[in-house]
Design a protein around this ligand. Structure first.
Ligand SMILES: *Cc1c(COP(=O)(O)O)cnc(C)c1O
Length: 221
């Protein structure tokens, strides 16, 4: 199947899910996740109108960003302290911020590099996906405090990878977003939903779905 064919099928799926949830598809961002796919395929996706791509690995994303400075790459994967600098240099957004030490390191580096990089907090409310990273609900206040409203790292939203088969998790995340918005007094976006669960995420009110396989096909490991 060509990329274009897969996109048509994906858009039809999104349309059906939005119809069911009584939502306008224009209210939803489709972020293609291009990890483990070559730049040539990303270029093809760009020719279909996409400018932003999610990547999981700092080195892989940095290489692609250097080769394609006209495109924007978003970091979705776990970020180690010692990769914080290349991450800030090459990614336009970081969605996997999950601990205060990392926030502090990023703030320090953002000032040094004189860059602004919007961040999303990755949350894990289920305490089982720890290998995927994510901040527990109890640890959220300390992380938000560590950001301290720094204008170089504006907080854009919450990102999560809810456990498969746990539909309640999506509603839990939507509630958490509501609560935090109230507390912080500014809007927060919600990024949840991947190839296998985009319908549940759309029904629960996500603002962004991150789609790898259903758009690019199987990853080439
Ligand atoms: C790989 C990945 C995706 C995309 O997964 P698919 O199931 O291929 O759609 C989305 N978000 C994150 C954080 C990922 O690591």
């Amino acid at each position: 199947m060509s990329l274009q064919d897969r996109l048509v099928a994906l858009r039809a799926r999104i349309q059906r899910a939005c119809d069911t949830a009584d939502r306008d598809p224009a209210s939803l961002e489709l972020l293609p996740v291009s990890k483990k796919h070559p730049l040539s395929l990303i270029r093809e996706a760009a020719s279909l109108g996409f400018m932003r791509f999610g990547e999981n690995y700092v080195q892989e994303g940095a290489d692609k960003a250097e080769a394609a400075p006209d495109l924007a790459f978003v970091l979705l994967g776990p970020l180690q302290r010692n990769k914080a600098k290349p991450a800030l240099q090459h990614f336009r957004e970081i969605q996997s911020l999950d601990r205060p030490e990392l926030a502090e390191r990023l703030r320090h580096l953002a000032e040094e590099l004189d860059v602004v990089c919007p961040v999303w907090i990755q949350v894990d409310l289920w305490d089982e996906a720890t290998k995927l990273g994510g901040c527990t609900e109890a640890a959220l206040p300390a992380l938000i405090a560590a950001l301290d409203g720094d204008a170089r790292l504006p907080l854009r939203g919450l990102m999560a990878i809810p456990p498969p088969e746990n539909e309640a998790a999506f509603a839990q995340l939507a509630e958490l977003r509501e609560r935090l918005q109230q507390e912080l007094g500014h809007p927060l976006k919600l990024s949840m939903g991947m190839s296998d669960d985009l319908e549940v995420a759309i029904a629960a009110g996500t603002d962004q779905i991150r789609i790898g396989t259903a758009f690019f096909g199987e990853r080439q490991y």
